[in-house]
Design a protein around this ligand. Structure first.
Ligand SMILES: [Zn+2]
Length: 310
């Protein structure tokens, strides 16, 4: 198996990878590993402060009532991408050396959890603002600054606070895997498809497509210039051609004139693999960790077989 990033990727959190010399079952194992096995951080426990607060300066009363139930706020917190630092050696709560033998309620130490606090009040009674939006950026990280909520995630809204309301809690983020809960899934839209080469079979009839003035995703016109020696092998371009072919395919009324003027030929053993991370981890890191997870699983399997046959 050989993997290489498709030209132009990663694009932000999006990744496209050409995987060669393999088969669909292996690539699917990789897909499953990315969805279910790559560990990442997510908020998994929240302790809300309940009650009434008095603002010392003004004597104003704020209450811990909210438009949203605590469960919904906890769920929204779980969905906020928490920077995951695979090299920092964070432990899974169940495997943490310090906490392994402790009772469930005592578990949690700097080695296996990251703490965030939030304390926000709604607008005061004489304010013109009817409400205040609480955002991910209002979370204060009280652990290592490495785990500060990233700039691009700070605008994620959590809830509204009206006048006289406050929201206060401590949130604990832990390492987990997507197979246990979706909040720990490192990437979404994990897909793959066979890798194709486009072949310009009938240049004259292909004008049915070329005359539609379609463009590739990077703005080049879809025409004969994309082909050299009647072939196009650039992966991104072939994907654009594949999309454009829907305009002249079955049911468009153009298919008879087009007459399969451009063919897509499968490249044996090659696949285009794509996914998008939620921003907790870089796409390259997700891919590398998935490979490591698979490797370790298969060596474990080897040992199991050894034992079974002994
Ligand atoms: Zn611990």
């Amino acid at each position: 198996m050989k993997a290489s990033a498709v030209d132009g990727y990663p694009k932000g959190n999006k990744m496209k990878i050409l995987i060669e010399g393999t088969d669909a079952s292996q690539v699917n194992a990789l897909r499953r590993a990315i969805m279910a096995d790559v560990p990442k951080m997510a908020i998994s426990k929240v302790m809300f402060t309940l009650g009434v607060n008095q603002d010392n300066n003004r004597g104003e009363i704020f209450e811990s009532v909210n438009a949203l139930p605590d469960e919904v706020i906890a769920h929204r917190l779980a969905m906020i991408p928490i920077p995951t630092q695979p090299d920092e050696g964070m432990a899974f709560p169940d495997e943490c050396e310090n906490c392994m033998d402790l009772a469930e309620e005592d578990k949690g130490c700097p080695n296996c959890q990251v703490l965030y606090t939030l304390n926000v009040q709604g607008p005061s009674a004489d304010s013109d603002e009817p409400y205040r939006v609480v955002r991910a950026g209002d979370l204060t990280n009280v652990s290592d600054p490495l785990f500060d909520i990233s700039e691009e995630m700070k605008s994620i809204p959590i809830t509204y606070l009206a006048q006289g309301q406050f929201l206060e809690f401590i949130a604990f983020a832990t390492l987990g895997r997507g197979r246990d809960h979706a909040k720990w899934a490192a990437a979404s839209a994990v897909t793959f498809q066979p890798c194709y080469e486009a072949e310009l079979k009938k240049p004259k009839k292909a004008s049915v497509l070329f005359d539609l003035s379609l463009t590739t995703s990077d703005g080049r016109p879809i025409d004969a210039k994309l082909f050299s020696n009647k072939k196009c092998t650039d992966i991104s371009t072939v994907l654009d051609i594949e999309k454009a072919l829907h305009q002249v395919g079955h049911g468009t009324g153009r298919d008879a004139d087009f007459d399969e003027a451009i063919l897509l030929n499968k490249v044996d053993g090659s696949f285009v693999f794509s996914f998008e991370t939620d921003g907790s981890l870089a796409p390259e890191a997700v891919f590398n960790i998935a490979i490591e997870e698979l490797k370790s699983r298969f060596s474990d399997l080897g040992e199991d077989f050894g034992r079974a046959f002994a």
